[in-house]
Design a protein around this ligand. Sequence first.
Ligand code: IVH
Length: 677
Amino acid sequence: MSNSNKERMSFLTKEINRLNYNYHVLDETLIPDHEFDALFHELKALEEAHPEWKDPNSPTGKVGGKVLSGFTEVRHERPMLSLDNAFNEADLEGFHQRVLERLGGSITQVDYYAEPKLDGLAVSIIYENGVLTQAATRGDGVVGEEITENVKTIRSLPHQLAGDFPRRLEVRGEVFMRKSVFEKINDRQLKRGQKPFANPRNAAAGSIRQLDSKIAAERELSFYCYGVGLYEALPVEIESHSAWLTYVNTLGIPVSPLNEKIADFKDLMAYYQKTESSRDELPFEIDGVVIKVDNLLLQERLGFVSRSPRFAIAVKFPAMEARTRLLDVDFQVGRTGAITPVARLDPVEVGGVVVSNATLHNQDEITRLGVMIGDEVMIHRAGDVIPKVIRVVVENRDEKSVREIIFPTNCPICDSPIIRLEGEAIARCSGGLTCDAQKLEGLKHFVSRTAMNIDGIGGRWLEVLLKEKVIDSIADLYHLEKGRLLELPRMGEKSAEKMLLSIEGSKTPAFSNFIYALGIREVGEATARTLASHFETLQDLIDTDETVLMQLEDIGPIVAKRIVEFFALDHHKELIQALINAGIEIQYPAKVDVTNHDALPLLGETWVITGTLSKYDRNEAKDKLMALGAKVTGSVSKSTTRLLAGEKAGSKLTQAEKHGVAIVSEEDFLALLGETL
Ligand code: IVH
C-alpha cells in the first residue's frame, strides 16, 4: 500500500509539472481546472502524510508558506536598466533614424522584435544548475530586494529548468496580475473589509512584497520573461534577442505569446496599432509596446545612453487613469432595483475616450473613498467596463466648496422606500415591477443582443413605449401594432416596420438566451447556458429545486435560491405563459452527456480560437469546446485540428491556412452547439 502511495506521489508530481508547463508555457489546457485542483490536492495530502517522499521540486511548493522577517538587499551583478519612452509615430520614427545613423550609413534595414509592455514590475530570477535560487525586484536598478520565496509561488515559473540549461542563468521579466485575478482579489479585499487595490500593477507589486509568501501565493501572480541578464556555460549559440526568448522558453520559462519579429520598420506602427486595439480584450494590462533591435551584435554596437539602451524603446499607450472633478452624484435604479451612485464628472479624456460618468458602486464604496461632491478625483477605465472613481485627491480639497453625498431613502423614480438588507452591500428600490425604472431596465435587458436580440428597438424607444403606455410588460412587445406605433411622436414608417420585423424574428430564441432574457437575479449568460444544457425543457427548469440546481457547475446556494424564488412567483409564471401564447418557440439544444465519452463529438481534436466572436467571448467558446471533448490551445501547431476564426482574425488564421488546418466560422461553431448567431 505504502509503496503505491510513493509511486502515486511521484506520478502526481510529474503529471502536475507537465500540466503546469503545458498550461503556463505552451498555453495549452489539457484538463479542466477542477480536475487539476483535485490532482493538486491529492498530492498535497499525500505529501502531508509522507513528507519523507516529497520531491524537493514538488509543484505544491508553489503555495508559499515561508514567512520572512524583512527583505534583504540584492546587488544586481549587471544593472537593471529602464527604457526610453516614445508617445507617437514621430517619436518611433526618430528612434529608427537614430538607430540607422548610429550603425553607420551602410545599414538601411534592421530586424526588430516587438513585445507588449507589460504593466507589472520588473524582476530578476537566477537559476543555478537549473534550480531557481534567487529572485529580486529591480529596486533602483542597482540594488533590489530579495523576493525568492514569493516568486516561487508563481505557478507558471519552473523551480527546475527543463532541457539543456546553462550552469547559471539570470532571467529578467515582468511579474504581473491577470485582470480576472485582480477582480477576484479586489472582491475578496472588499468582503474582508480591506482596501481594494487601485489597479493590477499595484496589486502585483503589493503581493510580491509580502513577507508571508502564503499571501503572495493567494494572489496568483504571473510572469513573462523579456530578457536575459547573466549567464555562464551556455550550451547553445545565440545571436538575437528573439533566439534568447525562444531558448529560455524551451527551458520552461514563460514568454509572451504576443511577441513578434518585425523585419520592416513600417510594420512596427501596425503592430503598435494592432496591440492597442486588442488591449481591452487581453487578459492582462499593458501600457504600450517595446521595440528592440533583434540582432545582439547590433545591440552591442548601439550601446547605452545614461540608464537606457539605445537599441530599445517603449512606445506608450495613452494612460487609462485621469484626474477630474466630481460635479454631482445621481442615483440610478437597475433592473433588479439596485441603486447605483453614478459620478457625474467634468468630462476628461482617458485612454482616447471622453469620460463624463463613472461608477461609485455603492454606499460602502463612497464611505471608503471618503469622496465628496466638488472633490478632485482619479478615475480609471479598463476595457469596456464602466470607468470607476478610484481615489480622491484629498490634497486639493477646498473644504468650502465640497458637500457630502447623501444616499436617498426613497427611489428617485417611483418613491418607494429603498431597502438595504443586513449583510448586503447593495441597497434596492422596493417598488418591484411597479417601478418604471425597473420595468424599463428589464425591457432593455430582454431585447439586448445576448438575450432576445431584438435590435430594432433601442432603449429610447422602450422608454417612449412605456411612457405612452403602449406597453406595460415584456409580453406586450409581441402584440404591438403598426398603426399604434405610427401614432407615437417621431415614429416613422421604416422604424415601425424594422421594430416589428425584429420582434417577429426573436420568436425562436435558443433556450439559454430565453433563460437569460428573463432577467433572473444572479443568472448571467454563463449560468443561463449551464441551465440550458442541463434541463430538457423550460418546464423542467421551472419545476426544479435548490438541491438539483446546486449540483450544477458554478451554481451555489444563493444563485439556486434566486432561480427557485423567481419561478415561484405567480406573475413570473404568467409572464412566461403570456410569452408562449404570443408565439415564442424555445429552441432546445441537442443534449451532450459529458460522462459518456462516446458522446463527446470533439474528443481527440485540438482547437485554437482567434479573432473576435460576437455571441460568446473566447473563454466561453473555449469552455463550450472543452465540454464537447476538444482540447483548446493558444497557438497553431502541428497538432491543431481546427481553427475557430472570428472577426478580424490575424496571424493565427494565416498560420492555420499555411498548415492546412480546417477553418471554422462562428456560425458553424454555433451550429455545432445547436445554436444560431
Ligand atoms: S525590456 C533595458 N521589455 O518596462 C530595459 N521591459 O522602463 C529592459 N517592461 O522596468 C526592459 N514589458 O519592468 C522590457 N517587454 C518588455 C517589458 C518591459 C514591461 C517594463 C520593465 C522595465 C520597464 C522599462
